[in-house]
Design a protein around this ligand. Structure first.
Ligand code: PLP
Length: 403
């Protein structure tokens, strides 16, 4: 791994090696910059990494969520439940399809929607919903069998926002499941933005276990255009007098988007996927080491609370700090850490409090989301960090908070 000694530690960053660069250059020297072999290679590798029956690459995590929601039938008047602690895209794609978004509260320790907060949100939408979107915040997940069961009783499908959770596994009754295998959901959406576990520049993917769902998303990804003779409905126009479909013919049954990922992006993604295991292991080790270092010191912070049965490939390391009780502010702490060469971030401003959503709802109290938001701070976490970096961060946090 290229280890550039840097004087500033951002909260997250990509790890690009010479082999990643070579893979991209090879595409640039080749014949196809898009819809070529690198796309197939990336999808095959991601399917294998997640034990996913079907994998579709696309241009971003937002596109992945959008493709999945449309294929799952989300549209005008649909009811979609999304936790408030997430990136805005999770809610926005539902909203842009005409759905009504109901925000679920989160556990104030983990930032995750729980079975209890899901049930409370379901109560607010009359007990029935069309889609539940658990967000695997920071790389952790809740009991997915329980979430799926609650969703099924409410008539809802399940789409995992797995943008943080590539490489995460969870265990239920002695069985280990990979995030992306969709063992307890209809589909899972991933992002490969540079801060995520693997980088494509911009990129995303959807995994699912249903062939028709996969095909619907594949068509939607590229304008809804089909060149598959079995799917043609306009038989006279499609076929020559000998009954064979014209080679040049294509048909569109539903308008779609251009949400394709190029071969340039997929070559980078495919090369990065070869390192998924080492990246995940590094993230797990770093998170454990952070936990250990913080537990040894008398620093007034709470380390991330763990969910049972989940083995996260930690996308973020989010601590909670009672800034008010310490007589300080988050701004002051972030500025002081920045001065010491440490980048931090807030994930996330609760989506239910964004002006757009706040103006469009009847009043809802989400005390867990508000409490989590008030205290959360994401510390640097990326595979190229070493123990020295961690000690530097922990020392700096201790210094800043105990002054
Ligand atoms: C990054 C992210 C997205 C959006 O992914 P993009 O690739 O940036 O479009 C959606 N949801 C969550 C939880 C994310 O972290």
């Amino acid at each position: 791994m290229l280890r550039v000694k840097r004087d500033f530690l951002p909260y997250g960053r990509q790890c690009i090696d010479e082999d990643d660069i070579d893979a991209v250059v090879e595409v640039l020297r080749g014949a196809m910059l898009t819809t070529g072999p690198a796309v197939d290679l990336f999808e095959a590798r991601l399917s294998e990494a997640c034990s996913a029956p079907y994998t579709l690459s696309c241009s971003s995590g937002t596109a992945a969520l959008h493709l999945a929601m449309r294929a799952l039938g989300i549209g005008l008047g649909s009811k979609v439940i999304v936790p408030s602690i997430t990136f805005v895209a999770t809610a926005n794609v539902a909203k842009l399809e005409g759905a009504t978004v109901f925000f679920a509260d989160v556990d104030a320790g983990s930032g995750l929607m729980t079975p209890a907060t899901l049930l409370e949100a379901l109560d607010r939408c009359g007990g029935k919903a069309d889609l539940v979107v658990p967000v695997h915040y920071a790389g952790q997940c809740e009991d997915m069998a329980e979430i799926q069961h609650i969703a099924q009783v409410a008539g809802a499908k399940v789409l995992e926002d797995a943008c943080h959770a590539l490489g995460t596994t969870y265990m239920i009754e002695g069985e280990t499941y990979q995030i992306g295998a969709c063992a307890h959901s209809d589909a899972a959406a991933f992002s490969f933005h540079p801060v995520k576990t693997i980088a494509m520049g911009e990129g995303g993917a959807v995994t699912c276990k249903d062939a028709d769902l996969s095909r619907a998303m594949e068509l939607d990804r590229s304008h809804g255009l089909s060149r598959d003779a079995d799917e043609f409905t306009n038989h006279d126009a499609a076929r020559a007098t000998d009954g064979e479909a014209h080679a040049w013919y294509y048909e569109m049954a539903q308008p779609g988007f251009n949400y394709r990922a190029s071969d340039i992006h997929c070559a980078l993604g495919a090369s990065q996927l070869l390192k998924l295991e080492s990246f995940s292991e590094a993230r797990r080790n770093l998170a454990h080491e952070y936990d250990h270092l913080f537990s040894q010191r008398n620093i007034p912070i709470a380390t991330p609370s763990r969910t049972e049965g989940c083995d996260p490939a930690w996308h973020l390391y989010v601590v909670r700090i009672d800034f008010e009780a310490l007589g300080t502010t988050r701004d002051a702490v972030m500025a002081a850490l920045k001065e010491r060469g440490i980048g931090t971030q807030v994930h996330y401003v609760p989506v239910h409090s964004q002006p757009y959503y706040a103006a469009r709802r009847t009043h809802v109290e989400l005390p867990g989301a508000d409490a989590f938001y008030a205290q959360c701070l994401s510390l640097p976490l990326f595979p190229a960090m070493d123990s020295e970096d961690l000690v530097h961060v922990v020392d700096a946090v201790a210094d800043v908070l105990t002054k």
